[in-house]
Design a protein around this ligand. Structure first.
Ligand code: CAA
Length: 257
């Protein structure tokens, strides 16, 4: 563990990455994003890690892009800078990422949670895309991902008014999959990550990509990708092991092959 902008805790087969810029409510400066991407890329390569938890603190997941930094950004920089590449790098992480969200999860913070694969929220979590209050709009996928997660009506309500969703609303609207007591914000995400980490790494990678195709692309392309991914999964040693273990009534031993 380090005292850097991003803390990494390895507890194989899971790893926990915590944003650590508390005085600025984990505002996502270039330095924070750089540290975050490098941590995630490293953990994605680490063979012993099978699932990653991404969180902030009990008070705040992240309050969005660093507004001071944003105020200095020209439109050309916004359209071409390394910032866009960093978001794409996070999207390309192959291992499942569970977002552990407690407190504020706003703007770029909400976009970061949504680019993860599952969101576990504490009762005190507040989700929002308040860029409209700054005369802006979400710039890291928020208009797309929030709309796909909660539907047009709620996304318009949230994005156009800048209001925050409570954890319960986020659960009802399908933005998060679980709501837990505030003090359990990290433990429950770790528990889910450990459950996920028991599964075949091959199947996890393929399933993640296939669900993302459903979410991001057209249905036709998504179903096509799913068919190919299913055939690859079926040909893995892990699938043979999984099916044999079921038939032999024993727990499977997945090796990622
Ligand atoms: N960027 C930079 N600094 C931020 C910040 C942000 N997004 N959010 C909070 N801070 C800083 C505050 O400036 C303050 O710093 P000082 O102590 O030096 O004054 C410190 O964090 C604590 O914040 P507050 O005093 O405001 O705390 P609060 O509890 O009263 O309010 C809050 C909390 C409601 C989250 C409020 O801080 C807030 O509204 N923050 C901005 C949220 C926002 O607009 N996010 C969207 C950013 S734009 C974006 O994300 C674009 C994109 O799509 C990529």
């Amino acid at each position: 563990m380090t005292d850097e902008l991003v803390r990494i805790e390895r507890d194989d087969p899971i790893a926990v990455v915590l944003l650590n810029r508390p005085k600025q409510l984990n505002a996502l400066s270039d330095d924070v994003m750089e540290a975050l991407v490098s941590a995630l890329v490293e953990l994605d390569r680490a063979g012993a890690v099978r699932c990653i938890v991404l969180g902030g603190s009990e008070r705040v997941f992240a309050a969005g892009a660093d507004i001071g930094m944003l105020a200095q950004t020209s439109p050309v920089e916004a359209a071409t800078s390394a910032r866009l590449a960093r978001w794409e790098s996070i999207r390309q992480i192959g291992k499942p990422i569970v977002a552990a969200v407690s407190g504020y999860c706003l703007g770029g913070g909400c976009e970061l949670a949504m680019i993860c694969d599952v969101i576990v929220a504490s009762e005190s979590a507040r989700f929002g895309q308040p860029e409209i209050n700054l005369g802006l709009i979400p710039g890291a996928g928020g208009t797309q991902r929030l709309t796909r997660a909660v539907g047009k009506a709620v996304a318009m309500d949230v994005i156009l008014s800048g209001r925050f969703l409570s954890a319960r609303e986020a659960l009802d609207f399908g933005l998060v999959s679980r709501v837990v007591a505030t003090e359990a914000w990290l433990e429950e995400a770790k528990r889910l990550a450990r459950d996920i980490a028991k599964q075949s790494p091959v199947a996890l990678r393929l399933a993640k990509e296939a669900v993302n195709r459903a979410y991001e692309g057209s249905l036709r392309l998504g179903v096509e990708y799913e068919r190919q991914a299913f055939a690859i999964a079926l040909s893995s040693e892990d699938a043979r092991e999984g099916m044999s273990a079921f038939l032999e009534k024993r727990p499977p031993e997945f090796r990622g092959r």
